[in-house]
Structures are given as structure tokens and as C-alpha cells.
Design a protein around this ligand. Sequence first.
Ligand code: 2BA
Length: 159
Amino acid sequence: MIDPAVEQMLREDPASYVIPAEVVANVTATNTLEHALMVLSKVGYSRVPVLDPDDRLQGMISLAAITDRLLHVPGAAVDQLSRYTVADAMLPVDHWVDDPAKLETILNYMIDEPFVPLVNEDGIFQGIITRREILKRVNYLAHNLNDQYNVTPKEHTES
Ligand code: 2BA
């Protein structure tokens, strides 16, 4: 369990650490892998969400998954990627949250994931919570904990 004081400071205004869906780069499962490669190269991110036409989160596509797919194509050449769709290389969504205030869950997922998707109860994609935004909060906490709480070491007791 996260220490309540730490949680309160990290969790202040949870919506503010969500990158909203409108500004998250994404592709659809029916896009070609060539298109997905172009999107990833243009935005500079290594992994982005895959959405269906109703904005439901379907999976993830990454540069690594596209490269891996390419390496399985005989005589691998980038133009061959137009014969495949995102669905052919898409990764499953292992972790997501339905509430940005679920900080303990988010921190646990974030040990292994660079971002955690946020979806509503209907599975509609709402945005992402990134390591960067959470680290900004941790940085704030590290600099301000002593302003809001009395933090003193516990008495050392000899046994
Ligand atoms: P990565 O693409 O592996 O990016 C790792 C970190 O590199 C990012 O961490 C960010 O600090 C920096 N970075 C990479 N490309 C950037 C760019 N075009 N502009 C600014 N900074 C860039 P986070 O910001 O914590 O993001 C974690 C992951 O979340 C990213 O991993 C990416 O997969 C995803 N992501 C972040 N913002 C996104 C967005 N607007 N659209 C789609 N995916 C996004």
C-alpha cells in the first residue's frame, strides 16, 4: 500500500496527468503496417495505441513489432509492409485503468510499461498516463514533501 501522505500528494488532480485521447497518436487495426511505420516515424514514439473505428482500445503497435514482422517476410523490404495490416503485428493490451486516481495500480504497471491506457466503462479510449507525467509528480513530491508534512526519521532503537 502506498503511504497515504505520498499518495495524496502524487494523486492531486489525477486528470492533469492524463494525456487526452485527442493528442495521443494512434492507428487502426486495418491500417497497413507501412502506414503505421510512417506514423511512428513521424511522431517519434516507439509504441502507440491501436483503436477501432468507435475509439475502443484494441491493442498496441510498436516499431519493434513491425520490424519483427518485416524480418519474417522473405527478402524483407519496407514496401512489403503495405501487404500487411496493423492487426498482423498488433500486441495485446495487457494493462489499462478505468480511473486515473488508481495510482497504486498505475505505478505497478509502469514498472514495465512506458504508458498506461485509460479507458471508460465502455472500453472507449480516453488517453494515456505516461512515465513522464508520473515522474513529474514524483519530482514535485521529492521537493515538497517537507513543506506539507513533518518528515523526521524514526527513533533508532537498539535491540
Ligand atoms: P517512447 O516512445 O518509448 O518514448 C520514451 C520517452 O522519450 C517519452 O516518455 C518521452 O519522454 C520521450 N519522447 C519520445 N518521443 C517523443 C516526442 N515525439 N516528443 C516528446 N518526447 C518524446 P513518456 O513521455 O513518458 O512517454 C512514454 C510512452 O508513452 C512513449 O514511449 C510512447 O510510447 C507513449 N506516448 C507518449 N506520448 C504520446 C503521444 N502523444 N501519442 C502517442 N504515444 C505517446
